[in-house]
Design a protein around this ligand. Structure first.
Ligand code: FAQ
Length: 325
């Protein structure tokens, strides 16, 4: 009795593999293996959470930004991050999950967000360094995701990457301005670079030898490069930018390998990475406490919006019925 079901399942699986092999996109209406769907939900949700939690470290500087122009730029950037979170939650919802549920999973510690946002922004130079290094790393990681095999994720990435590119430039421009300023400003920039360099390299995830998801995600076309490949690309891209800026990257082993054209770099402290992922970073508790408070404080807004939409929807339906009657 089970044979026709198996045949149908085989056919669906073959159709899915053929779509991937032809480099076509998987869309929400298409059949997909449960593992593919679960991997996408995990990655897209973590990505969305990172954008939303990522508003906090820079948001702390909105009131203290030193001029109206700097405030306007920073406000626009933080608002973009909220928008990125929204596109990504919307992409996750096409896979049959609910964004309220994803937020609950985040605040209850059942889903992750990027390790990078568990570090504090101690001076205004940190705002520039986040734009330069953190958005720079995000671009390296995310541009290939524009070719991800899942349509809604890939399309969200196109717009997000355009905005990330602006974010990186504003950070670099801020740092160039500070480096042309006083000795104290230059020291602030160097101090921020010293604190953010290694955590930025950790953003790309564990080394390939220790990355349980990479092989499967690449076979499914969700990821297009390994963690180490993208980390190397980021180092190669950033070293000349650091030279132009006039800062020193805090790694005595950093050097260009003439044989490969790539930069060699020192050992990353993976114990620190694991500690931060386990909740032991300098700001983990604070970030989640604030996110939980925002969820709870905003409940009445979501309820009111849902009630308004229901009322509006009912009125619209009644009007349509009246027209067709
Ligand atoms: N932090 O097997 P893999 C931004 C987890 S957006 C925390 O290698 P995978 C914009 C990983 O999830 C930044 N957890 O995993 C912005 C997995 O956990 P699980 C976010 C990490 O998925 C800028 C486990 O370790 N970007 O910055 C991290 O194949 C400025 C094993 O790892 C994205 O999310 C980490 N750094 O590769 C906003 C991009 N790394 O669930 C504001 C999309 C790994 O198995 C201001 N995501 N883990 O328990 C990806 O490309 C991938 O998910 C990776 C990880 C590359 C992050």
């Amino acid at each position: 009795m089970s044979a026709p079901v198996d045949v149908a399942a085989d056919e669906l699986e073959r159709g899915f593999e053929a779509t991937l092999a032809a480099q076509r996109r998987i869309e929400p209406r298409d059949w997909m293996p449960e593992g593919y769907r679960a991997t996408l939900v995990r990655q897209i949700a973590q990505h969305a959470h990172s954008e939303i939690i990522g508003m906090q470290p820079e948001g702390d500087w909105l009131l203290a930004a030193p001029s109206l122009r700097r405030k306007a730029v920073l406000l626009a950037k933080v608002q973009d991050e909220a928008g990125h979170g929204m596109y990504l939650y919307a992409a996750a919802e096409t896979l049959g999950v609910d964004r309220d549920d994803l937020t609950d999973r985040l605040v209850e510690g059942r889903q992750k967000y990027s390790s990078i946002f568990n570090y504090p922004t101690l001076t205004y130079a940190d705002v520039g360094v986040i734009g330069w290094l953190v958005d720079g790393a995000a671009i390296c990681n995310q541009v290939p995701l524009c070719r991800s095999s899942y349509g809604p994720y890939a399309r969200a990435m196109v717009r997000i990457c355009k905005e990330e590119s602006f974010h990186q430039r504003q950070g670099y421009e801020l740092l160039l301005t500070m480096m042309r300023g006083t000795d104290e400003q230059r020291a602030m920039v160097q101090d921020a670079v010293d604190r953010w360099w290694w955590p930025s390299l950790m953003m790309f995830g564990p080394p390939d030898t220790d990355s349980p998801n990479t092989a499967r995600s690449m076979a499914w076309g969700i990821k297009r490069h390994t963690n180490d490949e993208l980390r190397q690309r980021f180092v190669d891209m950033t070293v000349p930018q650091a030279e132009f800026l006039g800062v020193t990257l805090p790694d005595p082993e950093l050097s260009l390998d003439p044989a490969t054209g790539h930069h060699r770099f020192g050992a990353i402290d993976w114990d620190e990475f694991r500690r931060v992922l386990a909740g032991g970073g300098p700001c983990n508790a604070e970030r989640i406490t604030r996110r939980r408070a925002a969820r709870d404080d905003g409940a009445w807004v979501r309820e009111a919006a849902a009630a308004h939409a229901a009322k509006h929807g009912a009125a619209h339906a009644a009007k349509q019925t009246g027209r067709t009657a």
